[in-house]
Design a protein around this ligand. Sequence first.
Ligand code: PLP
Length: 417
Amino acid sequence: MGSNLASVKKAQNVLVGGVNSPVRAFRHVQAPFVILAHGAGVSVQDPAGHTWIDFISGWGALILGHVHPVVLRTMRSALSRNWPLGLSSPYEVELARLMIEAVPTLQRVRFTVSGTEACMIAIRLARAATGRSKILVFQGAYHGHSDSLMAASTKGIPESLGDELLRLPYQDLQAAEQAIQQQADSIAAVIIEPVAANMGVIVPQIEFLQNLRRLTTAHGILLIFDEVVTGFRLGLGGAQERFGVLPDLTTFGKIIGGGLPIGAVGGSEQIMTLLAPEGNVFHGGTFAGHPLVMQTGMATLKELKRHPPYRRLERLGAQLEQGLLLQANRSGVPIQINRIGSMLTVFFSNRPVRNEEEVLLCNRVRFARWANVLREQGILIPPSPFEAIFLSAKHSESDIKKFIVASAHAFDAAGKA
Ligand SMILES: Cc1ncc(COP(=O)(O)O)c(C=O)c1O
């Protein structure tokens, strides 16, 4: 651990807070952060050789696990031939085709370099398509850190942008209905994570999504599904296929890049062709459609199609959920587990957790103890109560059992907090 503290200090001397994304600083669990040097399958290792079974899974990106051999082979061969080419390549066409084939509402796709950028462009498209400016978002959601979508929740963004954002409680249909009815003429889009993953996992009532679809259609508002997390995780067709609710625009990231930086926005030909060069909504990028990323993405989606892991992930997810519930019960610690397929969050609460307000009522000190004791026993989970535990196709029953066994001590420790 001493060597880790020295590495943390070294990082803090050159990077802000020692990290490049705040959650990696482990502030939510009040512990020195972990620095990882290697990953293979589900195993990750720090520079001193400590290993953990990883349940962060690249914040959901690594559905095939770390350094999957098929993706690695593709990456190796692409590395020797396809650095950024500066012009179009066949690979972006192929990755777009694979996505269009899998996801119900896609006719055209535009690649970006991050999920943030994809959501930013989706909003721009919606504003252009409707000639309106307001965006309805849900409290506790994260759609990347563009100014439009982060207004009023971080310093450094003009207040006027906050006026363009309506923030309502997740799953509060009455509030959404009222806002839409009162302000329909100025609302361009409703953007939603069809399963919330950034206040911990919250699986909405399907009727909520259906009603949002009904209301937005009735008022000429675009419905945007942010499937940066759920895309190719809840199934090849994402949340929209699973729930049968079809958005106007969809954003992607994470899995479609096979572990490399990516984002994408997609939708109908009619809306998407508002983008330049066909239309006058600008988006461009030096690295958009990077051939190396496109090929790792293609390899990943083809592998998911060839060997769909979803049923097995559902089974492993259910095993983990049941095992954790049993252990918490044995320790006398009330918890709620919100889970869909291979993504779940443990909330330290004795009441259901359905929106941000209820998330904030959960016991975060207990969460921190639980996460820290798990880590001491070789189980690495996201160091924040507002994130999802992700399974990958490489997790085995034995990995799940180890998590459950380790959680016995972890829940005991949490119970003392
Ligand atoms: C639902 C959702 N949307 C958008 C983003 C932003 O993606 P990126 O981190 O690639 O910018 C994230 C990132 O975690 C996310 O979870």
